[in-house]
Design a protein around this ligand. Sequence first.
Ligand code: PEP
Ligand code: MG
Length: 325
Amino acid sequence: QKAEWEKLKEADTVTADGKHFELAANIGTPKDLEGVHNNGAEAIGLYRTEFLYMDSPDFPTEEDQFEAYKAVLEGMGDKPVVVRTMDIGGDKELPYLTLPHEMNPFLGYRALRISLSELGDDMFRTQLRALLRASAFGNLRIMFPMVATLKEFRAAKKMYDEERQKLIDEGVAVSDTIQVGIMIEIPAAAVLADKFAKEVDFFSIGTNDLIQYTMAADRMNERVSYLYQPYNPSILRLIKNVIDSAHAEGKWAGMCGEMAGDQTAVPILMGMGLDEFSMSATSILKTRSLMKRLSTEDMKVLADKALNDCDTMEEVIELVEEAVK
Ligand code: PEP
Ligand code: MG
């Protein structure tokens, strides 16, 4: 099996009936590029930039960040690189930034909520400038985490536009093909995806958080782990709404949560028309191998059944096992 996967490294991800899906990798630092290349990723679908902040004794400077982003963009050539702006707070603490103690950190002051507040303004603008400067060296896509409302997206986009204009006025080279999108990881955004789709360039579904927020079950708490249900029809319907909403506006929809590399979920996601699957690099070749064996037309029928006929997660699992033998 390993040998078969090895042969797929340079191959395109094309299904049995000739449809292409993009298989991308999730990374945390420029050092992860080696694994990205060794596993034949077609893109980077999630660069979690918070490690730049967590591995540093103080706020990373614009220069430090510029170097890291440039290294990743150059390393990927003309392949897309989706960089997520800082997703700190929640469980991700920084030694040099004191955040108030909270009863529910996952429901609190984190990610874009910090970026858009007075405390985070400088940090966020510094990151945007570093990203914009690095954009001249590759195919950059910027993504905001934990967006709940359109007002938040518009505020973040405005800051992005302002920093972009400042750099252009300073004569700095900035790419004019940067896409700006959002993670869909809060149910409110998944439900309102048709509205978001008019204003963003793309969606990337963050199922790790989307599932915990939809099921109201902490993703780290073992006592409620039975509620962590990627194949629950409720989750599948949210995902379907996000994909259809993107497509209705001519935008693309990807997924960068663990579910994107889950071999039971992949057939359903193919059938729902997800465009990009971003996962840990080590899952890429086995997913490419699976996709090559399946036909999208069959998977559409499967997804349709999962969305409409199944009542429970267990029924969905059974359905997939039956269809993908
Ligand atoms: C997610 O929530 O699915 C996601 C990809 O982000 P993180 O796991 O970093 O919260
Ligand atoms: Mg998340």
